[in-house]
Design a binder for this molecule. Structure first.
Ligand code: BDR
Ligand code: CA
Length: 314
């Protein structure tokens, strides 16, 4: 229920999260892109192509902010996502020119004001756009029903450095600003849990053998993703970072362990830059406290793949 804003850096698993949302009946009302896996403009182009592939070219895609002008942040993640962000898969260019949009930050603020208190945010890239929206509109959290953030490493090592996860390391200052704002509901979905929700080769094959060319192309992106995780998973499994966050945000997967926490981010320029420290929040404001997703009732693979496969029927 309520309108949905997706902020992403598409990205193979961002693409899978987007396809999941479409198939699960939760198409975003607006997508904003941010630099992370690829630059914000490339991420927007990838996003538009995916939306058009599934017949959703009417969903506006707004280009967001580029890499923050700071030292020490990673640029791109081509080893995991391919140079074009979607595993080298070539998707047909969108024929119709995109509807004019302001930048992602302006569009987010406008949407939040139009739906005061009802807008849900899912963020699957660095938090650059969200932090800029907060800087311009400090009251933004009041207008937002919930924000679900894929990112961070709570009690496990990072996936880019021994301490930091990619989305947080992409813009630690933005993450710090986001986590210290008082949202009604903030859920952090860290790699602690996304690395435990794996897709198998059989899951990937369900996409690759779909009667729909659009669904098959998502499977082709996953070929690259499985290969990039071959050291950890021998090419047999891949994690579901962004789609798990999307599935939790729309309630398609049920949380069983999500303690109230405070989240701090290392914004120093040392080796721990981008580290998220998650501590139990025993304070009095427990109701509106951020939570961290650590356990779910069920595995998410079927939920994600069923939703994407259902797009073949439309
Ligand atoms: C996150 O980093 C990106 O590479 C993925 O798209 C995901 O959002 C995982 O650490
Ligand atoms: Ca992402």
């Amino acid at each position: 229920d309520g309108p949905l804003y997706l902020d992403c850096d598409t990205g193979i698993d961002d693409a899978l999260a987007l396809a999941f949302l479409l198939g699960a009946g939760h198409p975003p009302d607006l997508v904003g892109t941010v630099s992370g896996n690829v630059g914000a403009a490339v991420a927007a182009d990838n996003t538009r192509r995916i939306l058009s592939l599934f017949g959703y070219s009417d969903i506006p895609v707004a280009v967001g902010l580029d890499y923050p002008p700071l030292l020490g942040h990673p640029r791109g993640a081509s080893q995991f996502h391919g140079a074009n962000g979607i595993g080298g898969v070539t998707l047909a260019p969108v024929r119709t020119p995109p509807p004019p949009t302001a930048g992602a930050v302006d569009e987010l603020i406008t949407l939040a004001q139009r739906h005061r208190g009802a807008l849900h945010i899912i963020a699957t890239g660095p938090l650059t756009n969200i932090a800029e929206a907060l800087r311009r509109e400090p009251d933004l959290p009041d207008a937002i029903a919930s924000i679900t953030v894929m990112g961070g490493a709570a009690h496990v090592p990072g996936n880019v450095t021994p301490y930091a996860e990619a989305n947080i390391l992409g813009d630690p200052e933005a993450a710090a600003a986001t986590f210290t704002s008082r949202w009604h509901q903030l859920l952090l979905v860290p790699i602690d849990i996304t690395n435990k929700h794996l897709l198998s080769v059989a899951d990937k094959r369900r996409l690759l053998y779909s009667p729909s060319a659009a669904v098959r192309s998502v499977g082709e992106m996953l070929n690259w993703y499985f290969d990039s995780y071959r050291q950890e998973h021998a090419g047999l499994w891949c994690p579901t970072h962004d789609p798990l966050a999307a599935a939790l945000a729309v309630g398609a997967v049920e949380l069983t362990d999500a303690p109230a926490v405070t989240i701090t981010v290392d914004t120093g320029m040392g080796p721990q830059r981008g580290r998220t420290t998650v501590r139990a929040n025993a304070g009095s404001d427990i109701e509106s406290s951020p939570r961290v997703a650590l356990g779910t009732r069920q595995q998410s693979a079927d939920v994600i793949i069923d939703a994407v496969c259902s797009l073949a029927d439309t």
